[in-house]
Structure formats: structure tokens, C-alpha cells
Design a protein around this ligand. Structure first.
Ligand code: FRU
Length: 898
């Protein structure tokens, strides 16, 4: 592209230069070999040529002056030949010497126009000039006239070898020889100018004063002779040649009477150019162009002058016009150049515009290609991101899944290992206790087995190896039977459980074992997420196409995302749903689709959930077997194990709030903890928080994986609240991974015990934390206002509490109620908090603070005892003194002076 541009610019420059030089460039070049330039006749000839050339801009002319030197003129003509001029005009200095070179030029194909003088050859293209013989004859005729046929004549000419001299002489002789009365006494020819042979003329005239007439070959000679005659006192008739117009030229000399006559000899300048133009432009032309001649004497000189005047004026006019034309041509040429330039410029602009347009188009195209590529790359990137997101999600889901498996296995394992260890550690165990423990172990072993079964079943479904074992049964009785299994649980949890079906019987072919698992799972699920007092309705509907079993509850419901991925085994959302549920729902979907059916879920957060099982209905008349209650597989007992110990009514020093959603583990732990602590068991974090605020316990044990709010969030909440931040928290969970522990530590948990845990270890941890707290408390109680060992959050609390006391120090009515209100706590909460942190009750704490302040004021200020008393909130200075003495065994003054 760059190259094209460079070529383009170069072309433009060449065109411009061409346009600029156009007017200068001549089409033809003429070489003019002039024999001499030293006289007016020759100057007039050149002027005539130039004024004619003015009409031909395309013709240029180079003039070479030979200065009457033939050798020089030959060389000059040779130069013209070498220069390959288009045409040569020549006035041969001498006839013979110049003939060869002129022939040479002619032979070389250069047109030759001979003017004025001749060569001895016919080899020339054209001749322009007057007939010199005729000139001589005219002079003879006129001499005869003015001499009236009788007299002596003296002849003077220049350049004896020039053709005019020769011809003029011969022409003259031809006439006078006819009259014997006319006698040519002397012919004087010289190559020199008149001034050089004036003396010879003078000498001749002095010797022959009687000569009657002098015939001079040109007016210059005639004038010089007239001057000589005058100086000699002679009055002679003189005839000249040339007849130029102008001061002291031939015509003027005739008019003044200095000479008698002049024979007109036109220069032929214009005619020579005209002929040359015709030759150059290949127009027809005459080879011989003889110019007009006449005698100018006293009789016609007036007319001649008038005519010349007129001609002169016309010539001047022509000159003016020619110069005007030249000027106009120049303007035209300039304008033409401007036009050329403008056109070129426009062409350049248009071409550049074209190139620019082309480049722009190309750029747009390449931009488009780039944009397309970019889009494709972005799409690919998005696709890769999407795939990697999916892969990440799948990995996360799998990790979560394994985490759940671990959790799900660890909880029943805890409930197998912990009671086993417990019994093993006991020195004596009664039978009832053993039975209870074994029941718990059995139940949890079954749960483990069931989980393993479910996992295997799911694998089987995945592998496509699961088959239906269809039998014709009454579906109404079948569903009703499963629902009734939950009656006791519903009663315990005060849940309105109903089976709704408009049909008495519904014979239908299905795999009883699988449908039982589906319904059991979904109903169990509903119980898990429906609060006490809620409802769970199971409906069985049918039309000619399908059967629908709807399980609706008004429980906690699901978010949109949870709903969408309810059947996704690897996704459990933010909720800590047990693996049982996850596996159950995933299996349920597989089992229903094995029946060519579908399972849908409708749910709204906080409002409840409805699972809809849709089975394609195929009419069947008979019932093969009655609905079987004794299903051949294990399924989870819906009843909780009876508590091992009865509620312990003994009141202990310390209270523990226990949060564990697994009922069995909750009950088991509660029974164990109640031996040594007041235990408040709850199954959710929300309930736990309520109990924590109610009791301000001494310790909290919480599971991590809880429905709704998890253990980490709860710990954070506890640690961020002034009222509860001092309470040690033990997180108890199946999550054994390191990151969970870090998460727990970040949330501010004091200890972290992973399932399956050792009962003794848990107890030791509890003891340790409580002792630690007591130790700190003892230290703080002696370190009032400087609780350096206390945790940062607790120190902050105490500082704020002390600032509050200080602010109200002089307020005698300062009470615990007032302080707790300002701190946003209840009186009991404040009491427990201060007691937990410092082992002091709030009143004592305030009193001690006042005492400290009073001590400082007494020592460090000059205030009176009464002033100090008032300042520290004592209405009565004597009561202050009694208080001070009681606490310090010193009176205020004794302290001040000590
Ligand atoms: C000028 C001149 C004229 C004459 C002519 C002859 O050089 O001498 O006076 O007529 O040449 O060639």
C-alpha cells in the first residue's frame, strides 16, 4: 500500500511539473544563421521575424551572428545541424563559401530557408527576398531618368562576393549599357564598412568632381557618400538601396533631399518566418518568394512616408496586440496551469479519497473480522467459563456430598460408640440402662445400614440395573397405610397429619417397595421441616390419564434455588439437610421415573412445600395381593427412642444450653449432661439463641450442621453480643475437616469437638472451659478497672460498663436497672454477665468502683471529704465514711494521710 502511495505521489509531481512547463516547451526550434547584425536593415529583419514569431508560441528561434565572417557562419550552421534544429534560416554571408554547408543541412533533412542573399546551389527548401538584379535594374532606370540619358556614374557597394552586390551590379549594368551616353566611371566594392572606405570614396570624388551620379548599393553607403560630397562642396545625385523607414534611414534621406532616390529592398523577416511556419507545419509553401521592390524618390516619398506611418502604426498596434496576446496567453497559460493543477489536485484528492475509502473499507472489513473473532473468542471464553463453572460446581457438589456422607455416618456412629464407651467405662450398669443403650445402638446401626442400602440402590439406578417389581395393589390402602405409620410422630409433634382421598379403592400396578420408600422419604422430610403445630396433608387423586399423590406441608419451605435442585443428590444448598433426605429425594425421583412418572415440587420460603408424585394411570381391574405392611426392607423408625434417664430435677451451679438437631443424640447428651449441669436441650439454632438469652448460660454446646441458622452463625451471634459474648461455646459436629475448625475458630468458638466423639473428652472439655472461666473471673474480681487478662470483647464491655458508672458517679440514685437499661440488657443478663466475668454481683462491682474512685480523689485532690462523698454518689458524707471504713478499715482522712 505504501508503495502504491509513493508511486502515486511521484506521478502527481511529474504531472504538475509537466503542467508548469507546458507553456515553456517549444514544439519547433529554428536556427537562424545571420551574416551580420551591425546595421539597421538587419535589426529590422530580426524585429520582423520576432513580431511574426510572437504569433507562434510553439516555435523557438536561436540567432547566430557571423559578423560578416563566412568561416564563422559555416561553423554556426554546422552547430545547428548537430543540434538537430527543426529548420535553419540563413542569410549566407557569401554565396560560394556557404553553399556546401547549406547543402549539407538540406541533405541532412533539415529544411533550409535562405533569406536576402543566395548560394550558388538550388539545394535549399525556400528562398525569401527581393530580386537584386531587379534592384540594380531599377537603379539603372532611375539613373537614366534623372541624368536624362546622359552622364557619368560612380558605383559603390559592400562585399564584392555577396550575391546582392553581384546581382545589383549586373542589373545596373544591364540597363546603363543600353545607353552609350551613360558612363559608369568607377565601381568601388569593399568588404569593409563604409567608414573604412570613406577615404577611398573621398579620394575618388576629389579626383572626379564632375561625376554626375553616385549609385550606392545601400542607403548607409549613400548617406556616407552624401556626407563626403557635402564636405567637398559637391552636390551630387545619389541613389541608394534598402528604403528603410526611420530617422536618417533611406526614406528619410530622400525626403530631406540628401539623396535622390532609394530602391526599396524589404528585409523579408516576417515572410521568412511565415514560410518557415508553413514548412514546419507541413502546409503548402512556395520555394521562391520574391519580395516587392520599387523606387522611392521625391515624388512618391510623401505617400511612402504616409504609408509607412500607417504601417508603423499598424505594426505598433499589432505589437501591442501581440504583447496583449502574449499577456493573455501568459494569463491563459497560468490559468491553464492553475486549471491543470486544480484538476491534478482534484484527481489527487479523489484518488486519495478513493484510496482512503478503500482503506477504510478494508479496515472496516478487518475490524469486522476482528470483531467476529473477538465475539467468537468471548463466546468460547464464556463457554469455557460456563463449563469450568459447571466443573467447579460439580466438584463442590461432590465434596459437599462426601462431607454429608461423613456427617450422616458420623452421627449414628456417635450414637453407637458413645453409649458403648459409656457402658464400658461404668463399673456397674443396670439392665434397663443397658437395654436403652443397646436400643440406641441398634437403631443407629440400622440407620447406617439403611444409608449404605440407599447409596447402593442409587448406584444401581445409576448403572441402569434397577428393575421394577410391579404387582397389582390397592393404592388407596397402600398410601393410607404409610401415612398412618406417622400418626404417633404427628401426635408427639402436634402436627395435623391427614390422608385425603375421594376414592375407596384404586387398583393399580406398581412396585410397592419402591413407592413405599418414595412416600416414606417425602413424608419424613415434611416432618423434618414442619414446626410443632403445623400440618402435613397427603392427597391421592386420579383421572383417566394419571394418578397424583400430593404431600403438602406448611413448614419452612425452600428458596428458588433449593427448590430447583431439590432432587439433586450433590446439592444441599445452604441448608444443612441430612444425607438421608438428600439420598431419599434423589432415589425417590429415580424410583418414580422407573414408573414412567414424574415428581415435582412447589415451595415457598416460610410458607411450605408440596411434593407431587405423578404416575401414568393404567386401568387394572383386579388386585393381586393386599397391601403389605411388613415391607421387606428396613426403614427408619419414626419413633424416637425412649429417654434413658428421666428428667433430673437436681439444680446445679452451671447451666449449659445444648443445640443438636438429631433427636437421639440430643436426648443422649442431655441425659449425660444433666448429671452435672442444668441442661437446656434445643433442636435448632433459633431456639438455642432464645434459650441463651433467657438463661445466659455458663456454656453452650452446639452442633454445626443445623437447619436454617448453622452453628458457625450462631457462635458469631453469641460472640458479637455483649450479653452473651463471655459464654464459652463448644461446637460439636460431624464435620471433621480442618477448614470447618478454622471456620469455627473464626466465628469465635472456644472448642471444637468432632463426631463421633468421646463422651469423656466432651465432659473434660466442658470442665476445662468452666474452670478456665472461673480462674479468669477470680483474677478479674481482684483487678477491677484493670482487666488485662480478660478477652478483648469482654474488656471492652467492662470498660464501657465502668465509663457508664463514672458518667453517673455522683448520681446517688444509680441503680442496676438504670445501668442495664442503658446497656440494652435485662437486669438478670447484666447480673449474670458481670458475675460470669468478675464473680461479683453488679451492686458490689459498682461499690468497689466508687471506692476506688474515692481513694484516688482523696489522695490526688484537695477536695473535702464531703465533696468526695458527693462526687462518688453518696448523699450523706457520714454514710460515705462508714462505707469507706467498712471496706478499707480506714476512715477517709486516715487514708488521705497514710
Ligand atoms: C545590410 C545590407 C543591406 C543590403 C543587404 C544586402 O547588411 O548591406 O544594406 O541591402 O545587406 O545583402
Amino acid at each position: 500500500m505504501r508503495k502504491i502511495y509513493q508511486i502515486f505521489v511521484a506521478l502527481s509531481i511529474i504531472l504538475m511539473l509537466y503542467a508548469c512547463n507546458k507553456s515553456e516547451k517549444k514544439t519547433f526550434q529554428i536556427g537562424f544563421a545571420q551574416c551580420t547584425m551591425n546595421d539597421n536593415w538587419r535589426k529590422t529583419m530580426v524585429e520582423g521575424m520576432e513580431s511574426e514569431l510572437a504569433f507562434h508560441n510553439n516555435i523557438g528561434m536561436t540567432i547566430a551572428n557571423a559578423n560578416s565572417n563566412s568561416t564563422r557562419q559555416i561553423a554556426q550552421i554546422q552547430q545547428f545541424i548537430d543540434d538537430k534544429v527543426d529548420l535553419i534560416i540563413v542569410t549566407p554571408n557569401e554565396a560560394k563559401p556557404l553553399t556546401a554547408i547549406i547543402e549539407k543541412a538540406f541533405d541532412a533533412g533539415i529544411p533550409v530557408v535562405i533569406v536576402d542573399r543566395k548560394t550558388t546551389s538550388e539545394k535549399y527548401t525556400a528562398f525569401v527576398g527581393a530580386d537584386n538584379k531587379l534592384i540594380g535594374q531599377n537603379a539603372g532606370i532611375y539613373a537614366n531618368i534623372i541624368l536624362k540619358g546622359q552622364g557619368t556614374i560612380f558605383e559603390v557597394g559592400e562585399g564584392a562576393k555577396t550575391s546582392p552586390t553581384i546581382d545589383r551590379h549586373q542589373g545596373f549594368l544591364k540597363i546603363i549599357n543600353k545607353n552609350p551616353q551613360l558612363k559608369l566611371v568607377k565601381s568601388l566594392f569593399s568588404a569593409r564598412q563604409p567608414q573604412y572606405f570613406q577615404e577611398e570614396i573621398r579620394a575618388f570624388l576629389s579626383q572626379h568632381p564632375k561625376v554626375d551620379l553616385i549609385y550606392a548599393h545601400n542607403d548607409r553607403l549613400a548617406h556616407a557618400i552624401a556626407n563626403v560630397c557635402k564636405s567637398l562642396g559637391l552636390n551630387k545625385k545619389i541613389i541608394g538601396v534598402d528604403g528603410l523607414y526611420g530617422a536618417n534611414q533611406g526614406i528619410d534621406l530622400v525626403r530631406k533631399g540628401i539623396i535622390s532616390a532609394t530602391i526599396l529592398y524589404p528585409t523579408g523577416g516576417e515572410e521568412a518566418i511565415k514560410t518557415a511556419v508553413k514548412i514546419l507545419t507541413k502546409q503548402p509553401f512556395e520555394k521562391e518568394n520574391q519580395l516587392f521592390t520599387t523606387i522611392i524618390n521625391a515624388e512618391n516619398v510623401g505617400i511612402m512616408l504616409a504609408q509607412y506611418q500607417k504601417i508603423k502604426e499598424q505594426q505598433d498596434d499589432i505589437k501591442r496586440q501581440a504583447s496583449k496576446i502574449i499577456e493573455l496567453t501568459r494569463i491563459f497559460s497560468t490559468q491553464q496551469n492553475t486549471l491543470y493543477l486544480t484538476v491534478i489536485f482534484l484527481l489527487v484528492v479523489i484518488s486519495l479519497g478513493g484510496i482512503l475509502f478503500y482503506l477504510l473499507r478494508e479496515k472496516q472489513k478487518s475490524n469486522q473480522v476482528l470483531a467476529n473473532q473477538n465475539r467468537a473468542i468471548l463466546e468460547q471464553k464464556d463457554e469455557i467459563e460456563r463449563i469450568s463453572q459447571l466443573a467447579r460446581q460439580a466438584t463442590e457438589d461432590k465434596l459437599r456430598f462426601y462431607s454429608y456422607i461423613s456427617h450422616e455416618f458420623r452421627t449414628p456412629l456417635s450414637l453407637i460408640l458413645t453409649p458403648t464407651e459409656d457402658i464400658l467405662h461404668r463399673k456397674s450398669v443396670d439392665a434397663k440402662e443397658t437395654k436403652n443403650a443397646l436400643q440406641l445402638i441398634y437403631k443407629n446401626a440400622n440407620r447406617l445400614l439403611r444409608l449404605v442400602d440407599q447409596l447402593l440402590e442409587l448406584r444401581k439406578v445409576d448403572a441402569g440395573k434397577m428393575e421394577l417389581e410391579v404387582s397389582q395393589q390397592d393404592l388407596v390402602a397402600f398410601v393410607k397405610d404409610i401415612v398412618s405409620d406417622f400418626n404417633v410422630k404427628a401426635k408427639t409433634q402436634h402436627i395435623d397429619l391427614q390422608f385425603i382421598c375421594p376414592f375407596a379403592q384404586m387398583p393399580f400396578g406398581f412396585d410397592a417397595e419402591k413407592l413405599d420408600k418414595v412416600l416414606f422419604n417425602i413424608i419424613s422430610n415434611a416432618f423434618k421441616y414442619t414446626p410443632v403445630g403445623g400440618l402435613i396433608h397427603v392427597s391421592l387423586l386420579k383421572n383417566i390419564e394419571k394418578i397424583e399423590i400430593l404431600i403438602s406441608d406448611n413448614g419452612i419451605g425452600m428458596s428458588k434455588e433449593e427448590k430447583e435442585r431439590a432432587f439433586d443428590l450433590f446439592y444441599r444448598g445452604n441448608q444443612n439437610i441430612s444425607l438421608g433426605t438428600g439420598l431419599g429425594l434423589a432415589l425417590s425421583r429415580e424410583f418414580v421415573s422407573l414408573h414412567q412418572g414424574d415428581i415435582e415440587v412447589e415451595s415457598e420460603k416460610g410458607k411450605g412445600t408440596t411434593f407431587k408424585i405423578i404416575l401414568p394411570y393404567v386401568e387394572c381391574q383386579s388386585i393381586e395381593k393386599e397391601s403389605v405392611k411388613e415391607n421387606a426392607y428396613l426403614r427408619e423408625s419414626v419413633e424416637p427412642i425412649t429417654p434413658i434417664f428421666a428428667n433430673n430435677s437436681v439444680v446445679h451451679d452451671n447451666t449449659i444450653v445444648l443445640i443438636e438437631d438429631n433427636q437421639d443424640l440430643n436426648q443422649f447428651l442431655t441425659q449425660k449432661l444433666r448429671i452435672a449441669y442444668n441442661t437446656v436441650p434445643v433442636e435448632s439454632a433459633e431456639k438455642g439463641w432464645e434459650e441463651i438469652l433467657n438463661n445466659i448460660p455458663d456454656l453452650i454446646i452446639s452442633d454445626v450442621m443445623l437447619p436454617e441458622m448453622d452453628g458457625f452463625s450462631l457462635t458469631q451471634k453469641i460472640k458479637n453480643d455483649f450479653r452473651t459474648s463471655h459464654i464459652p461455646v463448644i461446637l460439636l459436629t460431624a464435620k471433621g475437616q480442618m477448614e470447618s475448625q478454622i471456620e469455627g475458630a473464626k466465628a469465635g468458638a472456644d472448642a471444637y469437638i468432632s463426631k463421633p466423639f468421646n463422651q469423656q473428652l466432651l465432659e473434660e472439655k466442658i470442665k476445662g472451659l468452666l474452670e478456665n472461666r472461673d480462674r479468669m473471673r477470680r483474677r478479674f474480681s481482684s483487678e477491677i478497672t484493670n482487666p488485662s487478662q480478660i478477652q478483648k470483647t469482654e474488656r471492652k464491655f467492662l470498660v464501657e460498663f465502668e465509663l457508664l458508672i463514672e458518667k453517673n458517679l455522683n448520681d446517688s440514685s444509680l441503680s442496676v436497672e438504670k445501668l442495664s437499661k442503658e446497656l440494652g440488657m435485662s437486669r438478670v443478663q447484666l447480673f449474670r454477665k458481670i458475675s460470669a466475668l468478675t464473680n461479683k454481683n453488679v451492686t458490689d462491682y459498682i461499690a468497689d468502683f466508687k471506692l476506688l474512685k474515692a481513694k484516688a480523689l482523696l489522695k490526688e485532690t484537695d477536695k473535702t471529704i464531703a465533696e468526695v462523698a458527693y462526687e462518688t454518689g453518696f448523699n450523706n458524707p457520714s454514710y460515705f465514711t462508714t462505707f469507706f471504713k467498712q471496706k478499707t478499715n480506714q476512715t477517709p482522712s486516715e487514708w488521705r494521710n497514710s
